[in-house]
Design a protein around this ligand. Sequence first.
Ligand SMILES: [Zn+2]
Length: 423
Amino acid sequence: MNINHTLTCTTCGEDTDVRFGLSNRKVQPLRFPCPHCGSRIDVTLELGNGFTFEGAKLIDDRQPKAAFDNTNPFVDLHLDFPVWPDKYVPGNTPFIVAFRKVKKGTPEEKIALLQRHGQRVSQLDALAESSSAIHQIIRLYHGRNKQLFITRAAGFLGEKPQTSLLGQDLNALLYRFVSTVFEPFVDMNLVRQNVDDFFRVLVGLADKDRAAINAMMQRFEDSGFLTHLQKDCLELYPEIFSAELALRAAFFLDVTDDQGRGVPARISTADFKSYKDLYKDIAEVFGRQLVLVAAINNLEKRGDADAFFKPKDGNALSSLDKFAEKTLSDRFKYLDDCWYPIDTDIVDTGVRNAIAHYLTEYDDLTQEITYFPEKEGIRQERGETMHLLDFMRMILLLFRQMHSLHHLIKALLYYDLLIRKKA
Ligand SMILES: [Zn+2]
């Protein structure tokens, strides 16, 4: 369903025709810049209670009598889909345009894909009001009162609270909670496949040389590396959950052929500034997860977590610590024929560095991000560009990678508790 209104900017007094495509989310915060003066206009639609406006107002005698006539600038808004900017065409609603963008296939296949997107969005709608509980439960896991964590997490999942405070049982509850809440964000089949692979690889390593893998685990325990990394992973989840509004359009790209950069479509809420640090933070944690991938790779190939191979253009690293000192993009070259396949393009270090060094610009009107990758400390004169939707997609894909490797941490913790320390 769609609602048409002409909104009058309270800054410049000019009119904009807006078509609101309705989501099923109870509260729908929408945002766009005034096409005349660029001022921010926030619209919140609460189902059952109607619209509230900030930066614009609705003047009765300026409302369209019939369809818009394209004399005013036109804006389409929809939380659940990307919106392709165009002039007003009756019937070309964001939903219909999105449907046309779904991957090629029979009408039944296209409908199934659209339903998959719809199911995800509905799951998020249902969780929207639990946002603060989700933040709290994740924080409680690392708090002192483990019983409180159990009560709250089990209550959230509709389970009877467990009595065991054993590490493996707390972990099992934590990961049931995380898997439930974040199911809409990830591909569960892929996650299950990864989990199976991780356990298989660890058990294989233990069969081959238990002393070597146990020595690695002892080192992780002495340095606290694994538990710190688990904590840092967990801190990202509430942030990702808070980004769900702007990620909805990025989820939609899962069911289209538009996978790469340059999708000239827009997001109908928030802006770049709200999310730019999230990308940098996930990249940081992902970089440290690679230490685990490297350690296992070295164990598999050379029987020692610190034994790196010698790359063509340099020396072999002498230890995992040396690996951790390398820049993120350099780390990939020390993962020879890696047991865990990683797309080395998953992190755009140019974008990451530009954000870290405040070398980004954002145009609210076009949702275009310009970033200036640094070269030898010097800001490049010519920036590179992408759209906010591209950027949200990058966040989503990197989060999925981080989430998969978080299960490697889970597998290592289980190995430690159930195999190494039981032996
Ligand atoms: Zn204006």
